[in-house]
Design a protein around this ligand. Structure first.
Ligand SMILES: Cc1cc2nc3c(=O)[nH]c(=O)nc-3n(C[C@H](O)[C@H](O)[C@H](O)COP(=O)(O)O)c2cc1C
Length: 301
């Protein structure tokens, strides 16, 4: 039996959902799959050399991977020659500039000896700035499941997807790493609204950076914040004010199981007639849908 491992980081759950979808599609084809969530304090990391294929998943934060994710994968042992890897990242927008986030990850994996098959961009709803409409969130999660199937098929058949990253995006990636510093500076500025905080501890459980301790019953935030927004989004009483980015916060996780069951929401809300800001998403859905259709034709043959 083929063995796969996926190392992933998630703040608000989108990348975990994508990882679980890829896991399910690989398992359907007889793979045994281990999911490993990257957190600051974690169990010993499984050795990638014990697996046939290795996946890496992360959310894009300001055209970069979360620092904790990148630093963690840089500590993995070197692998034997020809070990194949696949990368996927979730992001709120389809813009090609997001590919900039891959510079560091690809470099780290190449140094460790991986042969990288693909670097896939999966659209999932935003967890900062503003909430995506429910119909779009539903569309995104359905499409991500199709993309997960495509990734799994390509992994099984060891097929490559060209990795295109324009050299100039390196500059954007480097400039935007300021977000890593900003996260550190802004971390201790997070505060709970004491009148609303119910001291439930969900924020502490959500935090992949283990940056939250409890002081006199209320959460206290340290310098190790990844700015992933997990604590803010999942707070049941919207009690957390994330420092300087308070106006950008989104509270209340997307309830994907409920969205999937809601037949009144269209399954495909981005199409060739979509207008406004979301018309910019049309190309992503058109191109990836063609790839999914090709995969289906191949399966039907
Ligand atoms: C601090 C921060 C920065 C982000 N920057 C980007 C970005 O540059 N491009 C983008 O498309 N999405 C961006 N997003 C949106 C997330 O990448 C997206 O919602 C992702 O699916 C979240 O994954 P997670 O739930 O696994 O943490 C950002 C989110 C946060 C919290």
């Amino acid at each position: 039996m083929n063995k796969a491992i996926i190392y992933y980081f998630t703040g608000t759950g989108n990348t975990r959902i994508a990882s679980e979808m890829i896991e399910a599609h690989l398992k359907r084809s007889g793979f045994s799959v281990t999911l490993f969530e990257v957190r600051r304090h974690r169990d010993a990391m499984p050795d990638p050399n014990d697996f046939d294929v290795v996946g890496f998943g992360y959310p894009i934060h300001a055209f970069n991977p979360p620092r904790l994710f990148l630093k963690t994968i840089q500590t993995l042992p070197r692998v034997a020659k020809h070990k194949t890897a696949f990368i996927f990242k979730t992001a709120g927008e389809p813009f090609p500039l997001n590919r900039a986030s891959s510079w560091g990850v690809i470099r780290a994996l190449k140094k460790q000896g991986y042969d990288i098959l693909m670097d896939r961009h999966l659209l999932m709803p935003y967890n900062i700035l503003f909430r995506y409409p429910e119909s779009l969130a539903k569309h995104m999660v359905i499409h991500t499941n199709h993309m997960a199937e495509l990734i799994a098929r390509d992994v099984i058949h060891q097929r490559r997807t060209p990795i295109i990253i324009h050299p100039w995006t390196w500059v954007v990636m480097m400039i935007m790493r300021i977000q890593w510093v900003a996260a550190k500076v802004n971390g201790p500025l997070f505060i709970p609204k004491k009148r609303t905080c119910i001291q439930c501890g969900i924020c502490q459980k959500m935090c992949p950076s283990d940056n939250i301790t409890f002081d006199s019953g209320y959460p206290k935030f340290g310098f190790d914040c990844s700015m992933c927004m997990g604590c803010v989004m999942y707070c049941p009483t919207d009690a957390i004010r994330p420092g300087l980015i308070t106006p950008l916060r989104v509270n209340g996780a997307y309830d994907f199981p409920r969205l999937m069951q809601n037949g009144e929401l269209s399954d495909e809300c981005i199409n060739e007639t979509t207008k406004g800001y979301f018309r910019l998403f049309r190309k992503y859905y058109r191109v990836t849908q063609q790839e999914i259709d090709r995969m289906r034709e191949e399966l039907d043959r």
